[in-house]
Unconditional design. Structure first.
Length: 341
């Protein structure tokens, strides 16, 4: 017996590393120290010393069961963007700048070209986030999962000057809520998605006029990354009061996370156009409205609470970053929570 006969191919691991090196190098920043393949990643904190009181931020997440669609469609070049997005978007909710990201891929069998494609997506997410892919791990787990399957997760580390932290503590009645458009379902609620739609290659490759694309293309669209958008708002001189990343739990569970006691968010459902994929989900799955808003982002990936005097500046900054903003509601006095009307 040897390791390869037990199901772990060390040579395939070496090949994976060689294939992914170019993608990883494309994300390097001057703060990254050392090369690829060390036991740990090194990142210089020299620039952080310029801050008055630097605060490190972290976020960790995965892509959930969205990876099942990647398996069925045999499309693995975007799922890595999702993994990065789910982490860095949490970091920017506190006003931070992502510095670096590490990924973890567990697979039933290491197919080097597939692993390199997945990591290529991770690298693209890091480029969009302007952070470095500083390291990662690919673990071959024969017997734990089928050979053709994998799971992908990771974590990001960011930094913010304490005076620039977005805490939500200054949110007050009269403040305005701005929603920034999502790219679709993002990376949450896919256990429900997979219960609504038939998960076959034929079904996912079916074109729908209402979507303007195939069902699989609509569902596998990578999660929006809002790092540049938040940087653009900061560059415009606006202090965002509160920020919520709309992930699992939808509006009802995520928006209150940015609110202090004594105020509630009132969101107008007709303030923006809900993307057709959500309408299809609700109709085909016979899902009642509260469950839709308690599971999915419904077309809004990020919600900001800002002073009314800053609304025009924020809207212009979001558009300058290439994203689509909407004024979706306001803050009112009341028990902490969300009211949709």
């Amino acid at each position: 017996m040897d390791y390869k006969k037990s199901g772990v191919d060390i040579e395939a691991g070496y090949k994976s590393v060689e294939l992914m090196k170019a993608a990883v190098k494309s994300t390097m920043r001057e703060e990254v120290l050392g090369g690829i393949g060390g036991f740990s990643g090194a990142f210089s904190l020299a620039k952080i010393k310029e801050m008055e009181e630097p605060v490190l931020l972290s976020g960790t997440d995965g892509c959930g069961t969205k990876v099942k669609l990647a398996f069925i469609m045999d499309k693995h070049d975007t799922i890595g963007i999702d993994a990065v997005a789910m982490c860095v978007n949490d970091v920017v909710c506190a006003g931070g700048e992502p510095l670096f990201f590490l990924d973890y891929i567990a697979c039933g069998k290491n197919y080097p070209e597939k692993i390199a494609t997945i990591v290529g997506g991770v690298a693209e997410g890091c480029r969009q986030s302007e952070c470095a892919l500083i390291g990662g791990e690919t673990a071959e787990h024969p017997g734990l999962m089928p050979q053709d399957e994998y799971d992908l997760a990771g974590f990001a580390v960011g930094v913010v000057d304490k005076k620039d932290l977005i805490t939500g503590e200054n949110i007050k009645p009269g403040d305005t809520l701005i929603g920034i458009a999502s790219s679709g379902v993002h990376s949450n609620g896919f256990s429900l998605v997979r219960s609504v739609f038939t998960m076959t290659e034929e079904s996912l490759n079916t074109y729908y006029d209402s979507l303007g694309k195939t069902l699989g293309e609509a569902l596998l669209a990578p999660t929006k990354i809002y790092v540049k958008t938040m940087k653009e708002i900061k560059k415009a001189g606006v202090k965002v009061k509160g920020c919520s990343h709309i992930t699992g739990g939808g509006f009802y569970e995520n928006v209150p996370r940015m609110l202090p006691d004594g105020v509630k968010a009132v969101i107008k459902k007709d303030s923006y156009e809900v993307p057709p994929i959500f309408k299809m989900l609700a109709e085909d799955g016979n899902i009642e409205e509260h469950m839709m808003y308690n599971t999915f982002n419904m077309g809004i990936g990020l919600v900001l609470a800002v002073d009314p005097a800053d609304v025009d500046t924020v809207m212009a900054a979001v558009k300058a970053a290439g994203e689509t903003p909407y004024v979706i509601g306001s803050i009112e006095a009341g028990e902490k929570g969300v009211t949709l009307c």
